[in-house]
Design a protein around this ligand. Structure first.
Ligand code: AMP
Ligand code: MG
Length: 269
């Protein structure tokens, strides 16, 4: 298990993305093979915690995943949740809003997808796009999106007050690493389907996205819904870090099996 405190964006503190090393493998004394092996028992631990959460059915966990393009959101979900019962985990991806979604406020489509008792829900992109891509691509005027920081902090407070634990993960890659990953998508036949020419346009806006992330993480990391910046250039380390954050979050929730019914004298004939 890794010490997760270095990844935390302290509430009220600057996120300082530029000072955080996406190549870091802080706290892990080993390379890829050891890292991959170390994930296995963590997958098992997560599976056990999820079973307890589901059995207890009184609390719920929302995991918000954000990253630049190629940041590894899909791979993280696939590898960290390996072996966890799919019945208790839902993943929702939020893409370009439909016309119907745009006819509502930006939280409308989000709120419907939050987890129910006993559940773990992962947001693959989220309401944070409404202060990220919306800002960078100028999809709403600043006076409109700027108010959203406050809405979002309050919205997450509402979720927490009503029994949801909220944890937010930013997978932090470097611009050079993104280049490598986009090139791999171009060159490797089984990755080509993922290549999206529009990602090249977003790549040109890297600095604008970095600034938008910096301000977003700074303004919306709260005691009730903290942001963690996960070093993500090394996929195996990223998986260990994410698994560590989720295990520690779930351990703090401490879900318990419901009391056993009184089975004295009960016999199966
Ligand atoms: P992907 O994650 O590759 O499926 O891409 C989803 C795309 O939807 C990304 O380019 C996001 O920036 C975009 N997107 C997600 N949410 C919003 C939003 N609220 N407004 C505009 N674009 C969005
Ligand atoms: Mg994109």
């Amino acid at each position: 298990m890794l010490d997760i405190t270095p990844y935390l964006v302290g509430p009220g503190a600057e996120a300082n993305l530029a000072d955080r090393d996406p190549d870091s493998k802080q706290g892990f004394d080993g390379e890829k093979d050891e890292g991959t092996a170390a994930l296995k028992p963590m997958n098992a631990k997560l599976a056990e915690l999820q079973t307890r959460l589901w059995a207890e059915s009184k609390q719920k966990l929302l995991v918000v995943l954000q990253a630049m393009d190629t940041g590894g959101k899909d791979g993280t979900i696939r590898r960290v949740f390996e072996g966890v019962n799919p019945q208790g985990v839902r993943v929702w991806g939020f893409g370009v809003p439909t016309e119907w979604e745009l006819a509502h406020d930006y939280l409308w489509r989000i709120h419907q997808k939050t987890p129910e008792n006993g559940g773990i829900t992962i947001f693959n992109r989220s309401h944070y796009e409404d202060v990220l891509v919306v800002r960078v691509k100028d999809l709403a005027p600043e006076e409109r999106w700027r108010k959203r920081y406050r809405h979002i902090v309050d919205f997450e407070q509402l979720l927490v007050d009503e029994g949801t634990t909220v944890v937010k993960l930013f997978l932090h890659i470097s611009k050079e690493e993104q280049k490598k990953r986009l090139e791999a998508r171009l060159q490797e036949p089984d990755k080509r389907w993922k290549f999206n020419v529009a990602d090249l346009e977003d790549r040109k806006l890297w600095d604008e996205y970095a600034l938008a992330y910096e301000e977003t993480l700074t303004r919306t990391s709260s005691e009730h819904a903290p942001w963690y910046v996960v070093p993500a250039n090394r996929k195996w380390y990223r998986d260990l870090a994410v698994a560590s954050i989720l295990i520690q979050t779930l351990e703090e929730m401490d879900p318990k099996f419901p009391p056993e019914p009184d089975l004295e004298g009960v016999v199966v004939e």
